[in-house]
Write a protein that binds this ligand. Structure first.
Ligand code: DX5
Ligand code: ZN
Length: 219
C-alpha cells in the first residue's frame, strides 16, 4: 500500500484549513510537516504553534520532518503538539543523542523515524533500526521545496528496502523531494511506500487530480 504525504511547505498558509480539507478529500493519507531552523538547513519554515493548529484542523496522520540541529531538545514538544510520527536527521546530533531522541518519541506513544541527507550513506540508519518505524531518504538537499529529483538516491532506497525485508522489520520507507507523477513510479519500484510531494500537490490547482497522478491512477 502506497501512502501519499503532501508537504504543507508548498501550501498557501493564508488558507490552511481549506488546503488541508482539499488534500484529505483528494485521498492523501498523511500530511508531511517540514520544520526548519535556519541552522541545520539554510531556511526557516514553521514550528510548534502551527502544528497545534494543523492538528485541530485535520484528522490526517501528521508526519513531522525535523530539519533542526539537536532535535532531542524539541521532540517531546512536537509529540505533544500533535505529530503522529516524528522524523529526525541522523546528521543532526551524535548517535547516542539521536537514539535518545527516538526513544523519547516512542515513550510519548508516537512513531519515530530517521532521515538521511543525499550525501549520507544508507548504512547510517543501521544503529537505529530497533528504535524506528520509518526511514526517510531525501531525494533533494533539505531546505527548499520545488527542487529537482536526485535519481541516484534510489540506489539507497533499494538497499534499505532489501535490508528491511531481509530482516523482516516493520519499517516504512519514505522518499522526500522532487516526487511527482514521473518520479513516483521510480520510487515505488525501488521499494518506497510513503511518497512526500509538495509542489506536485499544492502547486497544482486540482489537488484531487494531483494526488491521483502521483499514485499512478488515471484522472
Ligand atoms: C525539503 C522538504 C520537502 C519539500 C518537498 O527540504 O523536506 O518535504 O517540501 O517539496 P517538493 O515535493 O516540492 O520537492
Ligand atoms: Zn520534508
Amino acid at each position: 500500500m502506497i501512502t501519499i504525504a503532501p508537504s504543507l511547505l508548498s501550501a498557501d498558509f493564508g488558507k490552511l484549513s481549506e488546503e488541508l480539507a482539499e488534500v484529505a478529500d483528494a485521498g492523501a493519507e498523511w500530511l508531511h510537516f517540514d520544520v526548519m531552523d535556519g541552522h541545520f538547513v539554510p531556511n526557516i519554515s514553521m514550528g510548534i504553534p502551527v502544528l497545534k493548529s494543523v492538528r485541530k484542523a485535520t484528522d490526517l496522520f501528521l508526519d513531522a520532518h525535523l530539519m533542526i540541529t539537536e532535535p532531542i531538545r524539541y521532540v517531546r514538544q512536537f509529540c505533544e503538539a500533535g505529530a503522529d510520527l516524528v522524523n529526525v536527521h541522523v546528521e543532526a546530533d551524535s548517535q547516542e543523542r539521536i537514539l535518545q531522541a527516538l526513544k523519547m518519541i516512542r515513550q510519548e506513544g508516537k512513531r519515530s523515524g530517521v532521515t538521511i541527507k543525499p550525501a549520507t550513506p544508507w548504512e547510517a540508519v543501521v544503529p537505529f533500526l530497533d528504535e524506528i518505524d520509518l526511514v526517510l531518504v531525501m531525494t533533494v538537499e533539505p531546505g527548499f521545496g520545488g527542487q529537482h529529483f536526485m535519481a541516484e538516491q534510489l540506489a539507497k532506497v533499494r538497499s534499505l528496502h532489501g535490508l528491511i525485508s531481509e530482516q523482516k522489520r516493520e519499517i516504512r520507507l519514505e522518499v522526500d523531494g522532487g516526487v511527482d507523477k514521473d518520479t513516483a513510479p521510480l520510487c515505488i519500484e525501488a521499494g518506497a511506500d510513503v511518497l512526500v510531494a509538495g509542489s506536485a500537490v499544492f502547486g497544482r490547482k486540482d489537488r484531487m487530480e494531483a494526488v491521483r497522478l502521483i499514485r499512478g491512477e488515471s484522472v
